[in-house]
Ligand binder design. Structure first.
Ligand SMILES: *Cc1c(COP(=O)(O)O)cnc(C)c1O
Length: 220
């Protein structure tokens, strides 16, 4: 099947209120154009250099999401255009995003990345660190950073109940944070969870945004 066909059939299987991020990392601009021609506008990339060069050559109404580990010294390059950073995982990174957002007079939406998997290798705040981070209120001073929700990656496993348990953990953390810190802030609304291998479970567990790479573009 073509990229067009994959996009079309995924759209049908994903509820309308759930956003689909087409994860185009390592795939050429030409494949992004194919998805774009099908109406896809949200694309996710995990490397700054690759994102910057694709952004320069592709249509300007694309919403670019950054989904990978983000080094502070590279924030400057994406600050002028990035639509959502899914990987805010430290106060130091937030302060840098604040600085670069101020420099280009933008408010940059960010998700708090939370470590929900069993695997040690995945990054993010632990749920406890996430609550502590919000309690510290440093983020309230960052007027160029808008906290827009949470993001997490489940363990890479065939054990569906394990995956479900992890997504549930992220959803309940979101609910607690929403109630404690963002009750009157409609922009804290996203739960970014679900990839090609586990997105149906993520949607059942309350995902608002799935990040799909190989299902759309094939193997990397
Ligand atoms: C690569 C990547 C994805 C997409 O993975 P697929 O399994 O190809 O859908 C989603 N989220 C993050 C953070 C990624 O790095």
């Amino acid at each position: 099947m073509s990229v067009e066909a994959h996009i079309g059939s995924l759209r049908k299987s994903i509820p309308q209120e759930v956003k689909m991020v087409a994860v185009s990392k390592f795939h050429p601009a030409e494949m992004i154009r194919e998805a774009y021609a099908q109406g896809q506008r949200i694309f996710g990339e995990s490397r700054v250099q690759e994102l910057v060069s694709k952004q320069a050559e592709l249509p300007k109404d694309i919403e670019w999401h950054f989904i990978g580990g983000l080094q502070r010294n590279k924030v400057k390059q994406i600050a002028p255009f990035v639509s959502l950073i899914h990987s805010l995982d430290s106060e130091r990174l937030m302060l840098e995003i604040e600085k670069q957002g101020a420099a280009c007079e933008r408010v940059i939406p960010c998700l708090l990345q939370v470590h929900i998997a069993e695997e040690e290798t995945k990054s993010g705040f632990t749920p406890d660190e996430c609550r502590q981070f919000l309690k510290s209120s440093r983020w309230r001073e960052c007027t160029h950073v808008q906290l827009a929700g949470v993001m997490g990656m489940a363990t890479y496993t065939d054990d569906r109940e394990q995956v479900r348990k992890e997504f549930r953990l992220l959803k309940s953390l979101f609910d607690v944070c929403k109630e404690q810190f963002f009750l009157h802030d409609p922009s804290f609304c996203e739960i970014s969870m679900g990839m090609s291998g586990d997105y149906p479970i993520a949607i059942e567990e309350g995902s608002s945004m799935v990040r799909l790479g190989s299902l759309i573009f094939g193997e990397r």
